[in-house]
Every structure is written in C-alpha cells, then in structure tokens.
Ligand binder design. Structure first.
Ligand SMILES: NC(=O)c1ccc[n+]([C@@H]2O[C@H](COP(=O)([O-])OP(=O)(O)OC[C@H]3O[C@@H](n4cnc5c(N)ncnc54)[C@H](OP(=O)(O)O)[C@@H]3O)[C@@H](O)[C@H]2O)c1
Length: 314
C-alpha cells in the first residue's frame, strides 16, 4: 500500500455533515473546496455542496459511495457519539465507530486519499490531565474504546492519515442538533437551573475554530496524532460562569455539583484536558481560549438578548 497522498485537497468529503461539528465543517468546506457530505437520518439543508444519505452500519454501502465521490480528502466525523447509547448498544457502536472507519481508512489507503479522523479526549482515563499526543490511551467507556480502536485502524492504514483528538466542543448548531452549550444557554435564558460539574476538566473548543483547524489539516503536510482543544483547562462549572459573564446570562441559575454525586451509564473521566502545543506549532489557525471563543459567539450574533438565534453561519 502506498503512503503517498495527493498534495492539495480539492474535493473533500465530510462524513456526518448533518452533525454538530460536521455541519459547521461542511458549511466552511463549501466556501473553499468542492464539498461533499454524508448524513444518515437528518438531511442537510444549510449548504450548497453535494450530499448523500448513507448508513455506515451497512458496511457494503461505503465503498460504492467513495468510488462515486472520489474525494482527495475525507474528514470522518460520523459516529455514534453518545457514550451512554454506545454502552447499551455495543454491536451497533462497534460497527459504526470501528468497522466503518476501518473500511473508510482502507479505501483511502488504496486511493491515495488523506483521511482525518475525529477522535476524542475520552480515550484517556482522566487521572492525569493535560494529555500529550505521546501519552497512552486508556479508554474506560465503550464509546472511548471504539474511538481508540478506530484510531489504530486509521493510523495503520496509511502513514499520512491524521487522528485529531477533539476536546469538548461548544458553540451553536447549524442543523437540528443542539449542543450541550446551546441547551445550557437556552435553559439559563428561560430561568431554569443548570447543574454543572466543578470537578470535570476539559479543554473546550469553539466549533467554528475546530472546523477551521480540521480543514487546514486537510491541506497541509501534517500526519499522525494531533490534539485539538481550546487553550485552556477548565471545569464545566467555571466554563458556565464564563459563558454567563460574556453572554450576559444570569449566573444565579447555575448549580455547582460534583460528578461523584451522579451515576451515569458510561464511565465519565475526571480530567481529560489536552496539551495542544503541537497544534499551535503545526497550524496557522489559532486555537482560542474560552473568553475568545465566547466573544466570537457574541459577535456573530448567534445569540441575542431575546435568546433567539439569528445567524449560524461560520
Ligand atoms: N461534540 C463533542 O464535544 C465531541 C468531542 C470529542 C469528539 N467528538 C467527535 O466528533 C465527531 C462529531 O461529533 P458531533 O458532536 O458533531 O456528533 P453528532 O452531532 O452526534 O453527529 C453525528 C453525525 O454522525 C452521523 N451518524 C451517526 N450514526 C450514523 C450512521 N449509522 N451512519 C451514518 N452516519 C451516522 C449523524 O447523522 P444523522 O444526524 O443524519 O443521523 C451525524 O451527522 C464524532 O466523531 C465525535 O466522536 C465530538
């Protein structure tokens, strides 16, 4: 199998173009590339590229689709990304998250296309924090285990591929998906209580910032594992308070809680903050801290005082 990859990505395929991250990626990709995107159950309406309905659990459907599109690069975001659902539906999660990724990686290897796979900070056990790319994964939940197995499939199929381990993503959704952030903002606007853990640490990244970084990776020469998070380790509780401050939301409805006070179906790690210094060296795209990201949300007027979203374009 050749490791040579076409240098400049002209035709790009975003899998999961109807998802929270994928919809931002597809929207931005349409401005720069001949952009193609897949969806499963939520048709894509917001952008002008080419779209395809595919169920990745039907592994045999993958090669014909890729043969038809012939992408120079694929950003593979489609996944079953709900840890609790994965824990309770292991066969489906393994098929979609691992076997489908293996199939896509094999196609990219045979066709000299570059593959960028969005993995997760959850591949780490959360005992140390500030994880570097060289640190060993120790995934505890079934979701994280599927992503870790998929990482290996991607890296083994072609040395030019990229595993982008993504931190907690925040921002406003373009399609129907609503992120934890959007739900939090809406609840606070409605005067409803929001419980946020003070002892769970991540490196939150603005979805628009992440989409820019991933599209830059589709075009540059980097290969291997890269961590993509915001430039700040922060608890969910502190993040909520910051959001209130920047977006003028009432912070009195935020309740400080411990993750140990709640039982969840899937294991939740404590500190999976990411060291993103490699990304800061490799990318021209600056990875933003929370204040910078929240200011962008405010400036883009995706949020206004009435709580109505007026624009969700990149
Ligand atoms: N959001 C985060 O904070 C975060 C953090 C770390 C890593 N990640 C990773 O980033 C990626 C995107 O996450 P997200 O939050 O944007 O997820 P999301 O909003 O849940 O979107 C998932 C996407 O995958 C598609 N999909 C799911 N099952 C499928 C199947 N069987 N066949 C084909 N497509 C299928 C969905 O299509 P339909 O909606 O059309 O069914 C949707 O487009 C995932 O790989 C996730 O593991 C996310």
């Amino acid at each position: 199998m050749s490791n040579e990859v076409k240098k400049t990505a002209k035709r790009i395929l975003i899998t999961g173009g109807s998802g929270f991250l994928g919809s931002h990626l597809f929207s931005l990709a349409c401005q720069k590339f001949e952009a193609h995107a897949t969806y499963q159950s939520n048709p894509i309406n917001h952008a002008n590229g080419f779209t395809y309905k595919v169920n990745l659990a039907e592994i045999k459907a993958i090669n014909p689709l890729l043969d038809r599109v012939k992408p120079d690069a694929i950003i593979h975001t489609a996944a079953i990304a709900n840890p609790d659902y994965c824990e309770q539906n292991k066969t489906e999660a393994e098929t979609v998250n691992v076997l489908a990724t293996q199939q896509i990686a094999d196609w990219c290897g045979r066709n000299k296309s570059k593959l960028i796979f969005t993995s997760t900070d959850m591949v780490f056990n959360g005992e140390a924090g500030n994880y570097q790319e060289s640190d060993s994964p120790d995934p505890k939940s079934f979701y994280a285990q599927t992503k870790s197995r998929a990482e290996k499939a991607v890296l083994n199929s072609n040395s030019q591929n990229i595993v982008a381990r993504v931190a907690l993503v925040y921002g406003m959704g373009i399609e129907r998906k609503s992120s934890f952030f959007e739900q939090m903002v809406n609840r606070l606007r409605n005067g409803e209580h929001v419980s946020l853990f003070c002892d769970q640490f991540r490196s939150p990244i603005l979805v628009n910032n992440l989409a820019e970084a991933l599209l830059e990776l589709a075009e540059n020469d980097f290969s291997g594992i890269i961590h993509l998070g915001g430039s700040e380790r922060i608890s969910r509780w502190d993040f909520g308070l910051k959001a209130c401050q920047v977006l003028n939301l009432p912070s009195g409805f935020i309740e400080k809680t411990s993750m140990h006070d709640f039982s969840t179906i899937a294991f939740r790690p404590g500190d999976i903050s990411l060291d993103c210094s490699l990304a800061n060296k490799v990318l021209k795209t600056k990875l933003l801290n929370c204040d910078e990201g929240l200011e962008i949300i405010k400036a883009m007027q995706v949020y206004e005082s009435s709580g109505v979203r007026v624009s969700s374009k990149n």
